[in-house]
Design a protein around this ligand. Sequence first.
Ligand SMILES: Nc1ncnc2c1ncn2[C@@H]1O[C@H](COP(=O)(O)OP(=O)(O)O)[C@@H](O)[C@H]1O
Ligand SMILES: [Mg+2]
Length: 332
Amino acid sequence: MSKKDLDSQEALLACFDRPCMLVDSEQVTYANDAAINLLGRHITGANVRLAIRAPVAISAILASESSSVTVTDIGTPGSVWELRCELLSKRQRLVTMQDKSEQQSIARVHTDFVANASHELRTPLANILGYVETLNDPKAGGDPSTRKRFLGTIRGEAERMQSLVSDLMSLSRIEAEKHRLPDNSVNLNDICNKVAEEFSGDAKISRKIPKQPVLVRGEEAQLSQMLRNLIDNAFKYGGADVQVILEMVISGDGWVKVMVTDDGEGIAPEHLPRLTERFYRTDPGRSKAVGGTGLGLSIVKHIVSRHRGRLDIRSETGIGTRISISLPLVES
Ligand SMILES: Nc1ncnc2c1ncn2[C@@H]1O[C@H](COP(=O)(O)OP(=O)(O)O)[C@@H](O)[C@H]1O
Ligand SMILES: [Mg+2]
C-alpha cells in the first residue's frame, strides 16, 4: 500500500469514536484516539501481544481469517467489548472495538427481572396447588372448618398473584410509554383530593393542599396510582397510629412538590438507595403479609420519570418517612 493510501486510511480511522487499530504482521502501526484512551499510549508501534493483553483478542487478531470475539475487562473491570478483526491484506489487519457493556447490563437486568417475577408468582401458585390437593383428600377436606380455612388461604394467595400481575402490567405499560410525555394538562389538586378521600375512611390522613387549580402535564390514572402507592406504604409500614400528611407546595421556579409524610417507624439508611428497585423490600415477610408486591416504589419511580419529575426519599428510623415528588407546572 502506498504512503498516501496509508495516510488516508489513518485519517479515516481518526474520525471514529470507537477504538480502531491497524496491525501489520504483529505490530500496531496506527491507533486512533479512542484506542489510545482505552489501551494506553504505548500501543502505537508495539507488538499486539503487549498492546492488548487479553489472549482471546490476540488470537483473533493474529488468526488467518477475519473474526469477531467478545473481550471482557478491558479498561474498566466488568466492561464488555466486541472486537472485530478484518484482513485488509496478507499482512495488514483492521481491528475495531465496540463497547457492549451497557447492552450487556440491560440484558442482565432483564433476565434478573424475569427470574424474580417468575419466582414471585410461583410461590403463591405452589401454595394454591398444595391446598387444593389437600381439599381433594376426603380426610382433610371433609371437615367444614378446615375447608373454610383452606379456601381462605387459597383466596389470599390468588389475590396476591392478582396484585402481582396487575403491578407487572402497570410497570410494562408505563415503561412502554416512557419517552412520551402525556399530552393532557391535569389538575393535580383534584387528583390529590380524590386519592386522599379513598383512604379517609379507615385511617387518619391530613391534607395541606392549596385551593387554586395546579396544572401539570400528566396522565390522571398514573398520577393517582403514584399517590396511592405512597400513601398505602405510609399506612402499611408506618406502624400503629401512624399519622400521614399529604401536602402540596408550589415553588416559585415553575415546579410543584407533592409530599407524603408519615411519622412511622422509618427506613434504615442502608436500604434507601435500593428502595425503587423492582422487588426490593426492607422486610420481605412483612411486605408479603400486608399484601405488598415489592413493585410499588418502582412503579412510582417510572411514573415520576415519565412525567419528567424528580423523586426524593428521606427517612429516619424512629422518626418517619417523607417521599417528595416534584413535577413541572404547565406554564399559564
Ligand atoms: N413509608 C414507609 N415507611 C417504612 N417503610 C417503607 C415505607 N415505604 C416503603 N417502605 C419500605 O420499602 C419497601 C418497598 O416498597 P414498595 O416498593 O411499595 O413495595 P411493597 O410495599 O410492595 O413491599 C417496602 O417493602 C417497605 O419495606
Ligand atoms: Mg408498596
